[in-house]
Design a protein around this ligand. Sequence first.
Ligand code: TXA
Ligand code: MG
Length: 322
Amino acid sequence: MSIISNCTATAIVDAAAALVKGDLVAFPTETVYGLGADANNKDAIARIYKVKGRPVGHPLIVHISSMAHLDKWARDIPEYAIKLARSFWPGPMTLILPRTGLAKDFITGGQDNVGIRIPSHSIALALIKEFEDQGGLGVAAPSANRFGQVSPTNVRHVEIELSNYLTPKDIILDGGQSLVGVESTIIDCTQSAPTILRPGRVTPTMVNDLLDTAISIKLKSKNSKIKAPGSFESHYAPKAKVYLSGSPNHGDGFLALNSYPTPEGSIRLANPQNNEEYARVLYQALHLADTMKLDKVFVIPPEGDDVAVAIYDRLLKSETKY
Ligand code: TXA
Ligand code: MG
């Protein structure tokens, strides 16, 4: 595998060509790094599952470069979904829509719907656009981490997680630190009203403000028919044990907004000033805990109805349960 830190136009052309050939390309997005493959190449998609160690049947998000490509993948798109797309794409939002024949079972996990996203990171967009120019139709990309682990927000995380599983022909593109830091908001648009399945930087308030009728946005409930993102017991979890209550002992990790003083003897993993910065540094802090081989991390989640909702969602899933 090669790591490309200078993403020139030529490097993008080469990376897109690698995707066309069926190789894997890990690339930066504004949320987290993705592990990309040609969404129409069954063998390349099978390699994503292998490299991630992900159970099959877990659907993948298809990334496209513009709305012009949307109806290749999705049909019967409701008006409210078009509104969401116009407002928040390119950006940290994934829409679940009824699929066309192009979205095969190996992408959707056999469901009749498909997850679509247009990311806003310039390298992601350039790569997807170039892939489309070379004849591709969409780039499937889960987060570039081993299954159940913390998503990568910089190239070093991708390297640590995946380098043992990639081949010499696979490529990792370096695009610096992901600025949002938590995965995209996933919105189910297959019903008459939208449902947020995974909270993210596009918040329920932002969605409600946009759609004129006051539409209720529910977080995923247990009895929904749609497969839940990150719904396994332990997800987004570092090797260190994560606690959302209690207080750290000497040598334990600590993470909170900078308005909270560091408990004596604990190791502060980050010092975010506000909720957006908290989201940006969250996974970095959890990765740091593992690099420092800490046993325990005590976290005070931020409060609010903004990206704090997404942070709390991920922390609950990474929390040690017993
Ligand atoms: O921010 C993101 O969304 C990142 C970047 C790389 O774009 N991608 C990402 O992919 O987080 P992944 O595979 O790690 O998480 C996507 C989640 C999965 O848990 C999957 O279950 C859910 O989205 N998902 C994908 N397609 C779906 C579908 N058709 N229906 C329901 N859930 C779906
Ligand atoms: Mg993931």
